[in-house]
Design a protein around this ligand. Structure first.
Ligand code: MN
Length: 279
């Protein structure tokens, strides 16, 4: 098999408990071997106004994941990292960026994850990873000098952007396709444009909260008026079919919020497509 699996069992970047249970749920059902990473204090207990919540623990965890992926990634061995909250993608994206160099990134997410320590309202670090990966926020990656060019960065499915976060995105020149754009421009047009921006190789980071909570309630921070499962699956498939994906993340599955394993089933379907297409 071309893929190898990493469990990133972390809730350190979010104030809601549960996402750290996601990797085990998904990966044991998938019946694949995986290397799991966690920190002792998985759940963020700091509910103060601290803007750097769990930063040290998150850096420690990400350094481990980064090192492991970089050691095991090869042209024909694609890392698949299952979260956990989205802060773990700093490790996976920068590991694949470090291996391939000059890659792009596609961030499928209801949120921009483009806050900085200056602009964050909550101090929850899962709102910062894409800014960190593209070096708009210089912190959160003490384990590497690598970053991804923001001009080769595309967000798909955004519908909950903070005011200052939106300014950050415009300053950095990141391309954002909102949920509304997906519905009006159509998936084909968006994928075509995305592939032009990200270039020959790109990291694909898929946050389950891009899907409408009516169909996928098992996430920590649900946002109304999302993509349908069908749309999300079509975007996932089309991006994978380009055969340009360097590494893949599936994040923010929260079993404590799921109903009848609805969201887990969606996660497994998305991964089934990943494994079929990259085979
Ligand atoms: Mn996210």
């Amino acid at each position: 098999m071309k893929a190898f699996f990493i469990g990133a069992s972390s809730d350190l970047g979010v104030h809601i408990n549960g996402a750290h249970l996601g990797p085990k749920e998904i990966l044991t059902t998938l019946k694949v071997p995986y290397q799991n990473f966690e920190q002792n204090n998985n759940y963020l207990k700091d509910l103060t106004n601290n803007k750097h919540k769990n930063e040290e623990e998150i850096n420690k965890l990400n350094a481990q994941i980064y090192t492991y992926i970089l050691k095991n990634i090869k042209k024909d061995k694609i890392p698949i990292t299952i979260g956990g909250d989205h802060s773990i993608a700093i490790a996976s994206a920068l590991a694949s960026a470090s291996y391939y160099q000059d890659i792009g990134i596609v961030w499928v997410d209801a949120h921009g994850d483009y806050n900085t320590f200056k602009t964050t309202i909550t101090g929850n670090i899962h709102g910062l990873p894409l800014a960190s990966i593209t070096n708009f926020e210089k912190e959160l990656k003490p384990f590497t000098n690598t970053y991804i060019n923001p001009k080769k960065t595309v967000i798909i499915g955004a519908r909950a952007l903070d005011k200052e976060e939106l300014i950050n995105l415009q300053k950095a020149d990141v391309k954002v396709f909102t949920t509304k754009d997906v519905k009006t421009l159509g998936i084909e047009a968006i994928i075509q444009e995305t592939l032009k921006i990200v270039g020959d190789k790109f990291h694909l980071s898929f946050d389950l909260d891009v899907i409408d909570p009516n169909q996928a309630c098992g996430v920590s921070i649900p946002e109304e008026n999302g993509l349908t499962v069908k749309e999300a699956e079509a975007i996932n498939k089309a991006l994978l079919k380009s055969q340009k994906v360097s590494a893949y993340d599936l994040v923010e599955y929260n079993p404590l919020k799921d109903r009848n394993e609805q969201t887990k089933k969606i996660a497994l379907d998305l991964l089934k497509d990943v494994l079929e297409i990259i085979k």
